[in-house]
Design a protein around this ligand. Structure first.
Ligand code: ZN
Length: 116
């Protein structure tokens, strides 16, 4: 997979802040920002300004620095879950089938006094 450079990352910062970045570009953006201190700092500044301006009107007391870190974490986790969701579900299905089989056998052996 090719990763975006700093210039491309910067182009997408405002879209990210406005929650308009999606899919592959969002994933690449988050991956870059996590690895690139310069871009993270730039994003942090933009985020703080954008959010602070919005919140000033509401008079909210906030910890924006933590919120940005959380926004990155939550978004990436949600994307990770989205991408690997199907594999995880399949694993859970298999596990629950094993448990059901195990319980049925356990029930039969209790009921009939049979040891499997
Ligand atoms: Zn960068």
């Amino acid at each position: 997979m090719e990763y975006i450079d700093c210039a491309t990352c910067e182009q997408h910062m405002n879209s990210f802040i406005e929650n308009k970045l999606v899919g592959e570009m969002l994933w690449q953006f988050l991956t870059h920002v996590e690895k690139c201190p310069d871009c993270f700092e730039e994003l942090e500044t933009r985020y703080l300004i954008a959010e602070a301006l919005g919140r000033l009107e509401n008079g909210e007391v906030i910890n924006l620095r933590n919120e940005l870190a959380q926004k990155i974490r939550v978004t990436k986790r949600a994307m990770y879950f989205h991408y690997f969701n199907e594999d995880i579900l399949r694993v859970f299905e298999i596990i629950s089938m094993i448990i059901i089989v195990y319980e049925v056998f356990g029930f039969l052996s209790d009921f009939f006094g049979i040891v499997f």
